[in-house]
Design a protein around this ligand. Structure first.
Ligand SMILES: Cc1cc2nc3c(=O)[nH]c(=O)nc-3n(C[C@H](O)[C@H](O)[C@H](O)COP(=O)(O)OP(=O)(O)OC[C@H]3O[C@@H](n4cnc5c(N)ncnc54)[C@H](O)[C@@H]3O)c2cc1C
Length: 411
């Protein structure tokens, strides 16, 4: 059997390991446009912050490819997929034939529509190489502009604040992390960041950058301008399936997959940020571009590609974030765009203690929560969402941080 995997991120890695667990002899080729060995992508923000060096990022040892007898094709970008011929073509003129193909190409940063994007000092933050360039540019950076308040924009701003750089964040919505948290939590998060020097401007965007070689000024949509010698674009991501023939493989936002992570084309699977499966809390198709789901999906895809029968149950968006001395945990549906009249909310905030807890239910099913500080019971709550177990005790009990979780299982 000839397996080809596009992408050496965590979905590609767990797939390769699953295949090798079942099939010791098959040929595995792993193609990636990055040249680094597999690494922990979320930690690139810790690299920017200066909290770790690059040696801490790999998720597998240097012998990963040899140990699993994988043929790596690194620094090679897939540009086309020929489903009839069973081949993928790369930008450098290569062709790889497959019997079973996994598309695990992750996501690309959403581009910004503004003039002057070719100036130095303007970055996306998706990979190690980009962060290494940012770190080099830090020596001449006094004021950074972060465009977007999603997870990447938030992490970029936090990392630069930790480097004592003045940061202005421009966000379209009223508060950071609006996809992950509700307004109360978002405002608490924003307050913590502002207490540490962040400037936030809402409902505004950049129309043009200006500078002599390197960016010096950003022109904003309200006609004003601000000085900046670094800009980081964190406007979200979209699944990286530009090379996929969409007349032959069903796509929506991501590549549509069934419970085996199989696409609509025989022998072709997709996993990770590029794939679209069912979201457990929303009970509909969704791309949950998060690390643990990419790892789980890759593993399921790999086992099925090697002939096993393993089903994926669906994904749950979730995140644990630590910023300065504040912990945030969120899962499922809590942001206003995700909740509707079928949802019931229960919340408790203590602004003096800096704690907040909100639970979202649909009937007796917990479908989301957000917690600021005292997040210890978050794992149990997340598993309640994942298992869709009806909660038969009062939601007010669950709001108490001292709640005895064993009561959930009382009969
Ligand atoms: C700054 C940052 C912070 C994050 N923080 C968190 C977090 O706190 N928690 C969390 O759960 N998730 C976080 N994420 C998201 C997480 O990193 C992703 O969900 C995860 O890495 C997805 O894994 P993947 O294997 O699907 O894709 P990726 O890790 O993106 O790997 C895909 C690989 O395929 C390569 N590739 C793409 N297209 C091609 C092509 N055409 N040809 C060849 N190679 C190609 C890419 O270059 C890449 O190497 C963060 C991401 C970023 C960028």
């Amino acid at each position: 059997m000839n397996y080809v995997i596009i992408g050496n991120g965590v979905a590609g890695v767990t797939a390769a390991e699953a295949i090798r667990q079942i099939d010791a002899r098959g040929q595995i080729t792993m193609i990636s446009d990055e040249t680094h060995p597999p690494y922990c992508r979320p930690m690139i923000s810790n690299l920017l912050e200066g909290a770790v060096d690059v040696s801490r990022l790999p998720i597998r040892g240097p012998d990963f490819y040899d140990r699993l007898s994988i043929t790596p094709a690194l620094g090679s970008r897939v540009t086309a997929l020929d489903i009839t011929a069973h081949t993928v073509a790369t930008k450098d003129g290569g062709t790889h034939a497959y019997d079973q193909l996994l598309i695990a190409a992750g996501a690309d940063p959403r581009p910004l529509d503004a003039q002057g994007l070719d100036l130095g000092g303007i970055f996306f933050m998706r990979n190690i190489a980009q962060v290494q360039e940012m770190i080099t540019a830090l020596a001449d950076t006094r004021h950074a502009l972060v465009l977007g308040g999603g997870l990447v924009g938030f992490k970029a701003a936090y990392s630069l604040l930790k480097r004592n750089i003045a940061v202005t964040m421009l966000i379209r919505s009223g508060y950071p992390l609006s996809m992950q948290v509700d307004e109360t939590a978002g405002e608490m998060i924003q307050q913590v960041l502002c207490d540490h020097g962040l400037t936030v401007r809402t409902g505004i965007s950049v129309t043009a950058f200006e500078g002599g070689g390197r960016v010096q000024t950003a022109h904003l949509s309200d006609g004003s301008q601000i000085p900046c010698d670094m800009a980081i674009i964190g406007k979200g991501v979209f699944p990286a399936h530009g090379f996929v023939p969409t007349d032959r493989i069903d796509t929506d936002a991501g590549i549509l997959v069934d419970d085996h992570m199989a696409t609509s084309a025989p022998g072709i699977y997709a996993a990770g940020d590029v794939a679209e499966h069912i979201d457990i809390a929303r009970q509909k198709r969704w791309v949950n571009a998060i690390w643990p789901e990419a790892a789980a999906q890759g593993r399921v895809a790999g086992f099925n590609m090697a002939g096993q029968n393993l089903a994926y149950r669906g994904s749950l968006s979730r995140n644990v974030i630590r910023m300065f001395d504040t912990d945030v945990m969120t899962a499922g549906r809590v942001s206003p765009r995700d909740t509707d009249e079928t949802c019931r909310f229960f919340s408790a905030a203590d602004h003096r203690r800096q704690t907040y807890r909100k639970l979202v239910f649909e009937d007796q099913i917990l479908v989301g929560f957000v917690m600021i500080n005292q997040i210890e019971q978050g794992g149990v709550l997340a598993s309640l969402i994942q298992s869709r177990t009806p909660v038969k005790i009062s939601a007010h009990h669950l709001l108490d941080p001292g709640f005895n979780v064993s009561r959930l299982f009382d009969r």
